[in-house]
Design a protein around this ligand. Structure first.
Ligand SMILES: *Cc1c(COP(=O)(O)O)cnc(C)c1O
Length: 418
């Protein structure tokens, strides 16, 4: 079918993410979204299994969020946050402080996930500087992913990430394996103690390492990290950009593990996928190190579009929906259905593992399979599923109906069988 004029004219000017523009399958022209459906410019519809990198937790175009954004745009779309504050940001900060466990209560807004991690890292470095200590290093983990900006690239997995390509151009930090047994946890704790003099913080994604391959770990791993950080006097940063807002079945993964980090980062589903927004939230104890009569102790960061008013309105509306609907039960129902319906993939040749946590379903394939070739087959099945690395995964809207979810799992089984 012919593409619309804007596509043929504009495509030569568009540079896509993580894409070899010369050899990649051409992108699809999408015209509209609604619920869990993408409508293409040629009229075809696809059931969306990814929810736009798991941002659209309530499905696309949820009227409650759209109306809140429209109302905010009429009054005040955005205003600089230097010296000025507004109701949508104040309300959102209060709600996040109330939702998060412990005394995670000091909220710094930015506009993207990577930037919120950069802010978390800067907070940790400056926390120690303000207390008279220079601790330039972070401890991060294999298979971790924390963003694409330079400070965050340096704490991503060294082989999956861009370390090799940019060797010598990224900061050097301390890499470790996530402890998965009590013995490994003990060794990690001893090692961290020995390195603590130079370590500002340990950083990880809690329960699920997302972009590194949707790799799961248990709550005990996080409790071990918490204990090791406490014993060594090192801060713990949890990057909940993927896991936050119900994705794992708990509102936040740190709650499921029963621990409180010093700093947490949120983005992705924060606005229900409607506007770009992120937040870095610190405990009162971290904030105390900045709160002084010394001007130079202030946090030196300030994105132009931080606390964008319409984005904060979207996030408040998204939190309303979490209050009005039992999204966590919906995530649990998705979990049960994914477990039942992805299980048969175990028997397919070339399948290495099938795993499910909350509203995350993963089929891991043996290395070497050409996943690029699967992409058009999923489209032909009427679904939007984007394999990466060696995995085919689903992170649908928490509102997806059982029939649409079956369409997604059925498509995975059929495409991998072929
Ligand atoms: C997506 C993601 C990021 C980066 O967020 P951007 O908004 O793409 O910059 C960081 N950490 C985790 C865990 C993520 O899933």
């Amino acid at each position: 079918m012919a593409n619309p004029g804007w596509y043929d004219e504009g495509r030569p000017h568009l540079w896509l993410p993580y894409t070899q523009m010369k050899t990649a399958v051409p992108p699809l022209a999408v015209a509209a979204t609604n619920g869990v459906t993408l409508t293409l410019a040629d009229g075809r519809t696809l059931v969306d299994g990814i929810a736009s990198w798991w941002t659209a937790a309530h499905g696309y175009n949820h009227p409650h969020i759209i109306e809140a954004v429209k109302a905010q745009y009429d009054v005040m779309p955005h205003v600089m946050f230097g010296g000025l504050v507004h109701a949508p940001a104040a309300k959102l900060a209060t709600r996040l402080a109330n939702l998060l466990p412990g005394d995670l209560s000091k909220v710094f807004f930015a506009e993207s996930g990577s930037v919120s991690v950069e802010v978390a890292m800067k907070m940790a470095l400056q926390y120690h500087l303000n207390r008279g200590e220079r601790r330039p290093k972070f401890v991060h983990f294999r298979k971790g992913y924390h963003g694409d900006t330079f400070a965050t690239m340096a704490v991503c997995d060294p082989t999956e990430g861009m370390h090799a390509k940019f060797a010598g151009m990224l900061a050097n930090h301390l890499i470790a394996d996530l402890p998965r047994t009590a013995a490994e946890a003990e060794r990690f704790a001893d090692w961290l103690k020995a390195e603590a003099h130079q370590v500002a913080a340990v950083i990880t994604e809690p329960l699920v390492q997302g972009a590194g391959g949707m790799i799961f770990h248990g709550g005990e791993t996080l409790r071990w990290l918490r204990e090791a950080c406490d014993a060594a006097g090192v801060l713990l940063i949890l990057d909940e950009i993927f896991t936050g807002f119900g994705r794992t079945g708990a509102m936040f993964a740190c709650e499921a593990a029963g621990i409180v980090p010093e700093i947490v980062t949120l983005s992705k589903a924060l606005t229900g996928g409607v506007c770009p927004l992120s937040a870095t939230i610190a405990t009162a104890r971290v904030y105390e190190a900045f709160h002084s009569d010394e001007g130079s102790h202030a946090l030196m960061h300030g994105p132009t579009y931080m606390a964008h008013a319409a984005a904060c309105a979207a996030a408040n509306a998204s939190l309303d929906l979490f209050e009005q609907h039992d999204r966590l039960s919906q995530a649990k129902a998705i979990e049960a259905q994914l477990k039942a319906e992805l299980e048969p993939c175990h028997t397919l040749p070339g399948v290495k593992d099938v795993r499910v946590m909350g509203a995350i379903g993963v089929v891991e394939l043996e290395a070497g399979r050409n996943l690029e070739a699967l992409k058009p087959k999923f489209v032909a099945e009427g679904v939007w599923i984007r394999p990466f690395g060696n995995i085919v995964y689903l992170t649908p809207a928490l509102t997806i109906g059982a029939d649409d979810l079956s369409k997604l799992t059925g498509a995975i089984f059929r495409v991998l069988s072929a």
